[in-house]
Design a binder for this molecule. Structure first.
Ligand code: COA
Length: 411
């Protein structure tokens, strides 16, 4: 039976969310979910697979910006959800949906596509590489013995659903995200769900607290969004405070907000979810052994669509001149050679007919581009051809960054 791939009409969104929730093993209120997505899904970015008139697969994206090393931002497509009905799996429907979306992404001129993968093995074949990691941290507050550093500014609780609160958080986040390679611009919907202004179509409405930090001059330079579970053990308080987000523009704001969260009465455990692996929590508290982290996971997978523009957009911590041959089966011709002349002041990258130093699959570039995944590591999985001894090590050193890329935004 032939499968048709095309853009969805908004009248098909209910059928599409039915497919999405079935593939993700969930049974939400489909009418509510269809109503919620109708204002955010763009038909031209929503691909469906049809078996006859029945929707059996969905692949969609929304437009965002990705911050790259050095602080520039590039246009990107944030992909999700991607689903095929269990009755139609492993017949090439995802492959066909991805091909349609790839063509559209190239036509729109977006430099990257980004996604969170439900399983590790799915997206490498489509040119995506695991580019950022994340972990959940736990602090046992009594054992931690407090936070280093003196007090500064003031912490204030603000009503989460107020328009002014959303505006304040957005301005702090927008100042922060352009400093943080790997972070993306958020949609209005992210804020409305995160602050409980809108109910989560997939679950409960967020219902917690927002603390902001003001510097000595009264300006807001950080915030924390959190919920809590109250509990007693043997008549002693043993509550858990779950920090959904802590964003700080300064070290002082970070320390002040952390101290506030750890000092809340009746709390014995603070959990900070979806944080960088390089978070300095262990060094901020007096007893580093009171801080632990869960196994980390691959967070954002990045797929460069315009490798030349991507390589020119970021900055590099070292100087190097390399000819990279990029293998991208999705691009016309499949292989292209780029002469990259890169350093701390920027990069020039241009097509060349010089012989390459190293041949790399586009997925390896996607993984290593933000500086978090080592090129020498990802190429163990993707493969690479070194044509000059030492060229892979040079490329590995060139792509690395001292700071970890990180994306705090769910999509
Ligand atoms: C993952 C999913 C979208 C795959 O759809 P599909 O139509 O079965 O995929 P295809 O038949 O087009 O497979 C394309 C390739 O991906 C591989 N593949 C598909 N799903 C895979 C998985 N979960 N793990 C590893 N490889 C996978 C196939 O083996 C095939 O490989 P090949 O090209 O080498 O033959 C579908 O199974 C699904 O909806 N799963 C549940 C929801 C989910 O996890 N979605 C992904 C969200 S990020």
């Amino acid at each position: 039976m032939s499968i048709e791939i095309r853009n969805a009409d908004p009248s098909e969104y209910r059928a599409a969310v039915d497919v999405v929730s079935t593939a993700f093993l969930d049974r939400p209120d489909l009418d509510a979910l269809a109503a919620a997505v109708s204002s955010t899904w763009e038909a031209a970015r929503t691909w469906i697979a049809l078996d006859g008139t029945a929707v059996v697969g969905v692949f969609r994206s929304w437009p965002t910006e990705l911050t790259v090393p050095g602080g520039a931002t590039v246009a990107a497509a944030a992909v999700g959800p991607v689903t095929v009905l269990p009755t139609h799996r492993r017949r090439g429907i995802l492959r066909a949906l991805a091909a349609a979306d790839d063509r559209a992404t190239r036509e729109r001129g977006e430099t990257f596509a980004l996604l969170h993968a439900s399983e590790f093995g799915i997206y490498g074949r489509y040119g995506y590489g695991p580019a950022t990691r994340a972990t959940d941290w736990t602090i046992r507050t009594e054992a931690a013995g407090g936070v280093h550093g003196g007090a500064s500014g003031a912490v204030e609780l603000v009503p989460p659903r107020d328009t002014a609160t959303k505006a304040t958080l957005k301005s702090v986040f927008d100042a922060w995200r352009v400093r943080q390679p790997g972070e993306v611009a958020r949609r209005e919907l992210n804020w409305d769900l995160d602050l409980g202004i809108e109910a989560q179509p997939w679950g409960r409405r967020w219902n917690g607290w927002v603390a902001i930090h003001r510097d000595e001059a009264g300006g807001v330079d950080g915030y924390a969004r959190y919920t809590a579970e109250s509990e007693d053990h043997d008549l002693l308080p043993a509550g858990t405070l779950k920090v959904d987000e802590l964003i700080a523009l300064t070290d002082a704001a970070n320390v002040a907000l952390l101290r506030y969260l750890m000092d809340v009465d009746l709390v014995r455990t603070v959990k900070l979810e979806n944080r960088p692996e390089s978070d300095r929590l262990r060094w901020l508290v007096r007893n580093g052994r009171a801080v632990g982290n869960a196994p980390s996971w691959d967070s954002v997978w990045a797929r460069p669509f315009d490798v030349r523009a991507a390589l020119e957009a970021r900055s590099y911590e070292r100087e190097s001149r390399l000819v990279l041959e990029v293998v991208d089966d999705g691009a016309g011709g499949g292989r292209s050679s780029l002469a990259l002349d890169a350093g701390p002041d920027g990069a020039r990258c241009a097509p060349t007919d010089r012989s390459p130093d190293v041949t790399l699959p586009v997925a390896a570039i996607g993984a290593a581009y933000l500086g978090g995944t080592r090129l020498r590591d990802i190429t163990l999985a993707t493969g690479a051809d070194e044509h000059r001894a030492g060229a892979l090590a040079e490329a590995d050193a060139l792509f690395r960054t001292g700071a970890e890329p990180f994306c705090s935004t769910h999509f």
